[in-house]
Design a protein around this ligand. Structure first.
Ligand code: CA
Length: 379
C-alpha cells in the first residue's frame, strides 16, 4: 500500500455571538482537516489544532508531499522521518501540529485497513464509554458576568454533567466573583476546574490559587505561560498542600516538551492535544512518560469532530495512572460553545447520554467524514 494523495481542508464557521477567554476574542470557529488516501482507495482523516490556515500550509506545502509513495501503515517510521525533516526549524508549533493531523489520519487509515479501531492498535480499550466534563463559561463582554455564568452552570447540571471547567484570567477580583457565583450555583462538592489560559505570572497565580482552594477547585489549568516551567513548578509546590492540582500541556509538543514538564514537576495533570502534540504516535509516548513519572494524562480537546473522535480513541486506551481495583473516571473534555464543526460534521456523533460518551468501535477513528457535507464549511 502506498500513499497516493494528501488533501487539506480549512473549515470555518462564523459565530452568532463572539466570545472571549483570557487571551483574545473569537468571532469564528475554524479547523484544519487532513485526508490521506492510499493507492488501494483507503482513506484516513486527521485534524490539526492551532491556526487552521498555517497548519494547512504546513501539510499542503511541506509535510504532505513527503508522504506520497510511502507505506501509510508505517506510522512510526513516517513520524520520525517527518519530524526529523523539520526539527531544525519546527520542534514546536505548526510543524508539529501539521505532523499531528497527518499522524492521526495515518492511524485512522491503518485501523480501517486492518479492520480495527485505533484504540485496539494503541494497546486496547479499557472501557466502552468515558465521562465528559463540560468546558464553557467564556466571556461575552470581556468580563465574566457572574449571574450569566451561574445560569450556564445550572444548565450543564440539568444536562447531566458531573464535572465543569470555567474560564478565569480576568484579574483576581473578577475571577473570584465569577468562581464564587458558579460554585454557589452547583454546590461545594461538584468537580469544578478553573482555566487561566496562562494569563498570570507565578505570584498572581498563587494568589488566585490560594483563594480558589477555599472554593474547592478540581484543578487549576494553565496558571502561567507554557514557557515558564520554573513558574509552573513554584505554583504547584505552593498550591499542592492546599489541595489544588495543577494542569497544563495544551501548548506543549512531543515527548521532548512533556519531558521538561514532567522532570521539573510542573503539573499533576498533563493535557496534550492530539492535534498539536504529534498525534497518536506522540500521544502514546507522552502517556508512557506520564506513567513513568506518575503523572496523569488527560487530553485537551478543542475543535472539530475528527479531533474529538481521536481523543476518544486515545482516552479509552490510556492505562490508569496508577492502577487500582477501583477504576478511575476517564474524563473527556467536551467544549460546549457554539461549534457546528464539532456537532454537525459527522451525523450522530458523538453518541452521548447525559455526560457519558460512547467510544466508537468501528475501524479507525470509528467515524465517516463525508466530503460533500464538509464542503458547506469550506472557506
Ligand atoms: Ca485550556
Amino acid at each position: 500500500m502506498k500513499v497516493s494523495q494528501v488533501d487539506v481542508y480549512v473549515l470555518r464557521h462564523a459565530l452568532s455571538e463572539p466570545f472571549a477567554f483570557a487571551q483574545w476574542w473569537n468571532s469564528e470557529r475554524t479547523c484544519c482537516l487532513v485526508c490521506v488516501t492510499a493507492d488501494d482507495g483507503s482513506v484516513g482523516w486527521g485534524e490539526c489544532f492551532g491556526s487552521a490556515e498555517v497548519n494547512a500550509a504546513v501539510v499542503r506545502d511541506f509535510l504532505g508531499p513527503r508522504l506520497i509513495g510511502r507505506d501509510p501503515l508505517n506510522t512510526g517510521v513516517l513520524w520520525e522521518e517527518l519530524y526529523n525533516r523539520s526539527r531544525d526549524f519546527g520542534q514546536k508549533g505548526a510543524f508539529v501540529a501539521g505532523l499531528s493531523g497527518l499522524d492521526i489520519a495515518l492511524w485512522d487509515l491503518k485501523g480501517r485497513a486492518l479492520g480495527l479501531p485505533v484504540a485496539t492498535l494503541l494497546g486496547g480499550a479499557w472501557c466502552d464509554e468515558v465521562e465528559a466534563y463540560a468546558t464553557g463559561f467564556f466571556f461575552t463582554r470581556g468580563e465574566g458576568q457572574a449571574g450569566r455564568l451561574a445560569d450556564e452552570a445550572r444548565r450543564y447540571l440539568d444536562q447531566g454533567f458531573r464535572g465543569l471547567k470555567m474560564k478565569v484570567g480576568l484579574g483576581l477580583e473578577r475571577d473570584l466573583e465569577n468562581l464564587r457565583a458558579v460554585r454557589r450555583a452547583v454546590g461545594h462538592e461538584l468537580p469544578l476546574a478553573i482555566d487561566a489560559n496562562h494569563a498570570y505570572n507565578a505570584r498572581e497565580a498563587i494568589e488566585l490559587g490560594l483563594h480558589a482552594a477555599a472554593e474547592n477547585v478540581w484543578w487549576f489549568e494553565e496558571p502561567v505561560p507554557p514557557e515558564d516551567l520554573e513558574g509552573y513548578a513554584e505554583v504547584r509546590r505552593v498550591l499542592g498542600p492546599h489541595g489544588v492540582p495543577i494542569a497544563g500541556g495544551e501548548a506543549e509538543f512531543t515527548r521532548y516538551g512533556f519531558r521538561e514538564l514532567f522532570v521539573r514537576r510542573c503539573v499533576d495533570l498533563a493535557q496534550p492535544d492530539l492535534g498539536a502534540c504529534g498525534g497518536f504516535t506522540a500521544g502514546l509516548e507522552i502517556a508512557a512518560l506520564g506513567r513513568t513519572f506518575g503523572i496523569e494524562v488527560r487530553p485537551h480537546v478543542w475543535g472539530a469532530a475528527v479531533g474529538l473522535a481521536a481523543a476518544l480513541q486515545f482516552l479509552a486506551a490510556l492505562p490508569p495512572i496508577p492502577g487500582a481495583l477501583t477504576p478511575r473516571t476517564r474524563w473527556l473534555e467536551l467544549d460546549r460553545t457554539e461549534n457546528p464543526l464539532r456537532d454537525q460534521l459527522i451525523p450522530d456523533f458523538p453518541q452521548r447520554e447525559g455526560p457519558m460518551v460512547a467510544v466508537p468501535t468501528a475501524p479507525g477513528l470509528g467515524i465517516d467524514v463525508d466530503v460533500e457535507r464538509l464542503r458547506r464549511w469550506v472557506a
